[in-house]
Design a binder for this molecule. Sequence first.
Ligand code: HEC
Length: 131
Amino acid sequence: MKKLLTLILSTCLFVSVAHGAKKDTDEEIAERIKPIGSVHVAGAAAESAAAAGPRSGADIYNTACVACHASGVLGAPKKGDLVAWQTRIDEKTFDTVWQNAINGIGGMPPMGTCGNCSNDDIKAAIEFMME
Ligand code: HEC
């Protein structure tokens, strides 16, 4: 059972990492083709701004964290379970909990599998789960 879960989770991890990598490549391509034509420039610039721009905690949660934090897979504190979140923060401080999400802890993968998240994106996602 545990092996199966690990297999499923690592598949999820692989898919989301691969997805993240593809997005970067698309952005790189958009960046490279920018000077080709003025019509294209506007479109590509708008597109890459949208892709690289700030995302809300909700966006990040729904993309990267929901798989485990909605149902509490492997003991993940659930979204909206304020007691579970507050207990962790009381024990370790918010900054430590945040660092653990960045570096990974137990069944929690580094950056929660969000390959293109910044540290602040992770913070926003944590805050969203505590709402
Ligand atoms: C593969 C499943 C999985 C995914 C995806 C995942 N988490 Fe977790 N997360 C866990 C588990 C399991 C724990 C509990 C770890 C422990 O305490 O041993 C956890 C714990 C945490 C903690 C508490 C850390 C602490 O020190 O107590 C934070 C914060 C967190 N996750 C944030 C996130 C964020 C933000 C995302 C999305 C960007 C995310 N997680 C995605 C499984 C996941």
